[in-house]
Design a protein around this ligand. Sequence first.
Ligand SMILES: O=C(O)c1ccccc1NCC(=O)[C@H](O)[C@H](O)COP(=O)(O)O
Length: 264
Amino acid sequence: MTDVLDRIAAYKREDVAARKAATSQDAIETLAQAASAPRGFRAALDRTVEDTGRPALIAEIKKASPSKGLIRPDFDPPALAKAYEAGGASCLSVLTDGPSFQGDDAYLGQARAATALPCLRKDFLVDPWQVAESRALGADCILIILAMIDDRLAAELLAEAERFGMDALIETHDEAEMARACALGGDLVGINNRSLRTFEVDLETTERLAMLSPVRALLVAESGIFTPDDVARVSAAHAQAILVGESLMRQADVEEATRKLLAA
Ligand SMILES: O=C(O)c1ccccc1NCC(=O)[C@H](O)[C@H](O)COP(=O)(O)O
């Protein structure tokens, strides 16, 4: 039976085929090389952890999602990016997928230009061509969702990210994916508390998988984080960073909400 992730993978493959037909590998490489230099994404997370002793925040710019529908009708990526930065975020995550998240490629550059923060392109990568495209759009980090791709493609995406001087967040959701992340050898590993197939969210996922993560990797707890108690809970499980979207996107004063979340 197909689920949301299968549907996203199917339309991404079609979309990427059309994009590749319009822009060759050589052309996208040229655009990627011309983009402004990558801002160290993992380095920014490391700095926050060292300087503050609390988990670093990757704050997500997300208008809508398959599980929640429209989250933030009043959606202004540069203003949101500035509010997150002022509230204490270390990095941004910007949804660029249109069909499921009402994202747009342009939001990435707009958010990045409005702040000094490193930016993750939050999208669904099914082809190495998209890594060069992400860099051309200004991304400092890409997302590798292990639930969606095999190890060979994951390794190719990781190698491409390294070639362009970008970081890569390797996302896991269960023990088997964490074992695959360990074998891949990345240094930034996410545990998504949300199943991208059933949408069930449980912070216990971080507690269960954290101890299995690669020793040298910085660990990011993703999804379902709403309160300072949630931050304390995943921090106690040894997450050094958190990725938060919905709970902050629903607030009228995003800067103040960000500050309060991090005051745990
Ligand atoms: O959020 C969804 O509904 C979703 C559905 C299918 C694939 C991915 C999805 N979300 C991506 C994410 O992992 C979250 O946007 C991110 O971790 C932030 O989560 P939250 O704080 O719960 O908004």
